[in-house]
Write a protein that binds this ligand. Structure first.
Ligand SMILES: C[S@@+](CC[C@H](N)C(=O)[O-])C[C@H]1O[C@@H](n2cnc3c(N)ncnc32)[C@H](O)[C@@H]1O
Length: 212
């Protein structure tokens, strides 16, 4: 089963029924120079894209045609591609930066490993990966049907894997870790404080293999 098979129906159904799923602004978009070529994996309905400056050369992909339609309505000028993050339709060294915000954790282990290899392949030497996904300390960890280690299927059929910092480093072992940490905050649910946690990391492709 490809990583697309395991995700597409659930995501497509969700976007078709509920429309835009991700509200609010996105925090922590890094400063990158004008003209930087950027790829966003699993762009959804465009929440993260909406926070990126239009001076970047942006391409974005998702497995859900409905998600891409929703993004297109909001951001008519961005290059959008229907594709699997684990099988990227780009040549080696195509991008200066890749964003993977809340997408890697929606793939099973084999898919996550393929995604990590693909990111390393499409980044230019010195290029950066900006990674963000829920951590094992998050309040939802353990909810749903366990399908793999720290990986659960919830009601709508969407699979979520919860990361540790060490695991994120191991997954992207073809890249050099620049920073790896956890962003923690509290969410009040029915009068109770619940813990939210995202593992956030920046990785860089080694320059040492560059042909001088
Ligand atoms: C939680 S949303 C994140 C959206 C966006 N990155 C953001 O930060 O707002 C996850 C998205 O990943 C997409 N997705 C899931 N599996 C994928 C895969 N194998 N390849 C590409 N996109 C995928 C889903 O369709 C969904 O739109």
């Amino acid at each position: 089963m490809s990583s697309v098979d395991s995700n597409l129906n659930a995501w497509e159904r969700d976007y078709s029924i509920r429309g835009r799923l991700w509200g609010g602004g996105v925090r922590g978009i890094p400063h990158l120079s004008d003209g930087t070529s950027v790829l966003e994996l699993g762009c959804g309905d465009g929440k993260t894209l909406a926070g990126m400056p239009c001076s970047w050369k942006i391409a974005a992909l998702d497995v859900s045609p409905q998600a891409l339609r929703l993004t297109r309505r909001m951001l008519p000028d961005i290059r959008l591609i229907l594709a699997d993050a684990a099988l990227l339709p780009f040549r080696e060294e195509s991008f200066d930066a890749v964003f993977a915000f809340h997408v890697t954790g929606h793939l099973r282990l084999q898919g996550r490993e393929a995604l990590a290899r693909e990111v390393a392949r499409v980044l230019v030497p010195g290029g950066k990966l900006f990674f963000r996904d829920f951590g094992t300390e998050d309040m939802r960890m353990g909810q749903g049907e366990a399908v793999e280690e720290s990986t659960y299927l919830r009601g709508a059929g969407i699979l979520t894997h919860y990361f540790t910092e060490v695991e994120a480093e191991l997954l992207f072992c073809d890249l050099l870790p620049i920073s790896v940490g956890t962003h923690r905050w509290k969410l009040r649910v029915k009068g109770k404080e619940m813990a939210r946690a995202e593992v956030e990391a920046v990785f860089q492709k080694d320059r040492s293999h560059e042909v001088l």
